[in-house]
Each structure stands twice: as structure tokens, then as C-alpha cells.
Design a protein around this ligand. Structure first.
Ligand code: SF4
Ligand code: SF4
Length: 75
């Protein structure tokens, strides 16, 4: 069984929140802040246990920030 999970490239993210709205199971919250206070905007954060690996978030992102990766690795 190979379930996928979204991985975000925060350097490209514009904090629009479209991915969070597109998720059918509310597995994305706009709550992750940039490191060291460098960014003021909130970024999408995955609630891994909720994610069903559907890929809608990746399809919806206008900036191509989200990549679907195999979820079998730890982390
Ligand atoms: S892959 Fe699907 S379930 Fe998982 S965060 Fe993206 S939209 Fe939500
Ligand atoms: S849709 Fe893309 S650009 Fe918008 S918040 Fe989500 S990851 Fe960032």
C-alpha cells in the first residue's frame, strides 16, 4: 500500500490558503509560521493523521508549491 502525502515548498508559498480550502477532510491548516520570525504570513501545515492522500491540495495550488510524495518514510 503506497499512500502519498503532500510536501510543501514554503519558499514559493504565497499563503493564499487555497490548498486548505481544497482539502476534503480538513487536513491542512494555515498555522505554520516562518522560521525565526522571518515571515509574517501563515503557511499550510499538514495534519498527517487526517490526510487521505487524494492530491487535491497539490492540484489546487496556483504556485505549484505542493508535491505528492510516498508517505512510507518516517518524518
Ligand atoms: S492530499 Fe488530499 S487529504 Fe491530504 S492534505 Fe491534500 S487535499 Fe487534504
Ligand atoms: S495553495 Fe499553494 S500557495 Fe496557496 S497556501 Fe497552499 S501551498 Fe501556499
Amino acid at each position: 500500500m503506497t499512500k502519498k502525502k503532500p510536501v510543501f515548498d514554503y519558499l514559493l508559498c504565497v499563503s493564499c490558503g487555497i490548498c486548505a480550502q481544497a482539502c476534503p477532510v480538513s487536513a491542512i491548516g494555515m498555522m505554520k509560521e516562518g522560521k525565526s520570525g522571518k515571515y509574517r504570513n501563515l503557511f499550510p501545515e499538514l495534519v498527517k493523521d487526517n490526510c487521505i492522500g487524494c492530491g487535491r491540495c497539490a492540484d489546487s495550488c496556483p504556485m505549484d508549491v505542493i508535491r505528492m510524495e510516498e508517505a512510507d518514510s518516517e518524518s
